[in-house]
Design a protein around this ligand. Structure first.
Ligand code: ADP
Ligand code: ADP
Length: 228
């Protein structure tokens, strides 16, 4: 069953001249599927992720996540989707510079109402899962790019979201670290998470089961790669 559905979604930005970022996109993602989105810069990849993640709403059409229609959702409902249904991994890690690795990972749980001891324990477990058990008290500035990205992935997993949205997660790291991050996403897929990954690298996109090729705000073609 689809866990994400876009039906004829349109999104324009008015920046002293109208830009059509999504020009009528329909797409559905089955629960547990692994999809990569490829396309040139400006083709609408980030817009697609932001719509699915409830960071933005469409001008026309419908975006449904886990049965919730985001196009008519209130700001509170959108916040609930961001807090529980989806986890975001960005190219820029968006970590809080004055918080340790554990505190960064625990942050989404503060908003979810977890007590301090429970969220610290969960954050430690997650950091161990991503291979950072020995970096719990480090600040972002004390970590390498790859380690920061892994902290960001651990943070995205804190609320155990069904859907992982990753925007160029290997964009700012070396090849070896990128491979490790892709292995981590592969494990999440094997665990049943639905993954939507934006990349401009073919080699990275081939980790997915299918590649959605976008251009000028539309889906050009969908390439099935089969189960991994
Ligand atoms: P991609 O991720 O494929 O590079 P985007 O989704 O970021 O593409 O952008 C699609 C189009 O929408 C581009 O022309 C971009 O300039 C425009 N756009 C995206 N976000 C905004 C925004 N917040 N304000 C104005 N224009 C935007
Ligand atoms: P990764 O493969 O996870 O990116 P690296 O091989 O880049 O890790 O880094 C190895 C070690 O060097 C790490 O333990 C990290 O603490 C340290 N290190 C790397 N880059 C930086 C940096 N920019 N600032 C502080 N420490 C760093």
């Amino acid at each position: 069953a689809p866990v994400v559905e876009l039906a004829d979604v349109r999104k324009t930005y008015d920046v002293g001249g109208v830009v059509e970022a999504m020009a009528g996109v329909s797409l559905s993602l089955d629960a547990g599927s692994y999809t990569a989105v490829m396309g040139p810069s400006g083709s609408g990849k980030s817009t697609l992720l932001n719509l699915v993640g409830g960071l933005d709403t469409p001008d026309e059409g419908r975006v449904t996540v886990d049965g919730r229609d985001l196009s008519t959702a209130s700001e509170d409902e959108l916040a609930a989707v961001r807090g529980t249904d989806v986890g975001f991994v960005f190219q820029t890690f968006n970590l809080m510079p004055r918080l340790t690795a554990v505190e960064n990972v625990a942050l989404p749980l503060v908003f979810d109402g977890w007590g301090r001891a429970d969220r610290t324990e969960r954050a430690r477990d997650l950091l161990e899962d991503v291979g950072l058990g020995d970096r719990l008290s480090h600040l972002p500035s004390e970590l390498s790019g790859g380690q920061r990205q892994r902290v960001a992935i651990a943070r995205a997993l804190a609320t155990d979201p069904a859907i992982i949205l990753a925007d160029e997660p290997t964009g700012n790291v070396d090849t070896e670290t990128g491979d490790r991050i892709m292995a981590l996403l592969g494990e999440l897929h094997a665990d049943g998470h639905t993954i939507l990954l934006v990349t401009h690298e073919r080699r990275i996109a081939e980790h997915a089961e299918r590649i959605v090729h976008v251009r000028d705000g539309t889906i050009e073609r969908i390439e099935e790669l089969g189960d991994r």
